[in-house]
Design a protein around this ligand. Sequence first.
Ligand code: NDP
Length: 313
Amino acid sequence: MSRQPIRVLAALPARDWAEWRPALARAFAEAGLRVEMAREMAPAAVDYILYMPGSGPEDFRPYAKAKAVLSLWAGIEGIVQDETLTQPLTRMVDPGLKEGMRDYVVGHVMRAHLGMDADICRRDAGWQPHVPPLARDRRVGVLGLGALGGFCASALAGLGFQVLGWSRRRKALAGVTCHTGAQGLQAVLSRAEILVLLLPLTAATENILSTETLALLPKGATLINPGRGALIDDAALLAALDSGQIGQATLDVFRTEPLPADHPYWTHPKVTVTPHIASATRPESAAEAIAENIRRSEAGETLLHLVDRSAGY
Ligand code: NDP
C-alpha cells in the first residue's frame, strides 16, 4: 500500500456519484489501494481522472501529474480527439456492459427472426400459421467484433444462427465467419438478413451504412444499431425503409441525443426507437475494472483497454 493516498478525481454528476462512490470505495479497498476520491479536486493534485461524457474536465492541461484518464463509458468518440489530453486514455470494458449488450442484441435479433411483431399485431388477423425458420437457417451480420460485438456474435452463434462478423483486424471466434476489409464488408452485407452495428464511431466508420451499402443487404433486411448514431446516413436509411430495401430498424443511438421530438424516426412505422439503453456501465462491476487499472498503473504494469488514439477507438 502506498504511503500517500492515490488521488482520484471522479468528475461525475451528483446523481451518478451517489451510486459510484460506494462501489468505487469497495473496489479500491479490495484491490488494496488507499485512495482519496472526490468530484472536485485541485488539478495539480490529481493522480487519475475518471471520465464520463458531459461532466469531465474540458481542458486536461492543468492535470499535469495525472497518470491516466479512465473513461466510465465504452464509447470515447467525444474525448479521443481532445488535444489537451496527453495522458493514456482507457475505455470501459466490464462484464455488466457485455451482458447487457448481449441481452439487448439477442432480444432484438429474436424479435426479427421469429417475426414477433406480426404475432403481437395478429389479434384481428385470424388463424394464419407462419412458421419461422430455425436459427440455423438465419444469417446475422455483426459489424464490429470487439468487447461487445464479439461477445454478441458468440452468443448468437451459440444459439445456432449463421453469424458473419466484420472487424478491422482478423478475428477467430468459434461459430462466427469472420471478415475484414472492403470485400469482407461486402460479403457480410450481401448475406445478412439481420444486421447488428457494434462499431465505434471513428473517421473510418462514420456513415458506413449509406445508400450504397444499404443496397447490398438482402431486400427487407432488419437493422439493429446499438453502436453509434452517426454510423448510419439517416436520410439513406429513411429512403431504404420507404422503398422496402430495409424492412425494419431498431435504433438505440442517434446523432443527436435525446432524439429530437420532430425526428422522423419517432413516427416511422418501420422504426423502433430505444433511448440509448442497449447497455449501461454498472458501477458494481465497472468499479472493479477501474480499480484493477489503477492497481496496474501503480505497479508499473500496462493498462488494460488502452485507446489507440490514432485509430480513434
Ligand atoms: P471495441 O473497441 O472493443 O470494438 C470495436 C470493434 O470495431 C473491433 O472489432 C474493431 O476492430 C472494429 N472496428 C473499428 N474500426 C473499424 C473499421 N474501420 N473497420 C472494421 N472494423 C472496425 O468496442 P466495444 O465492443 O467495447 O464497443 C463498441 C461500441 O459500442 C462503442 O464504441 C460504443 O459506440 C457502443 N456502445 C453502445 C452502448 C449502448 O448502450 N448503446 C453501450 C456501450 C458501447 P478490431 O477488433 O480489429 O480492433
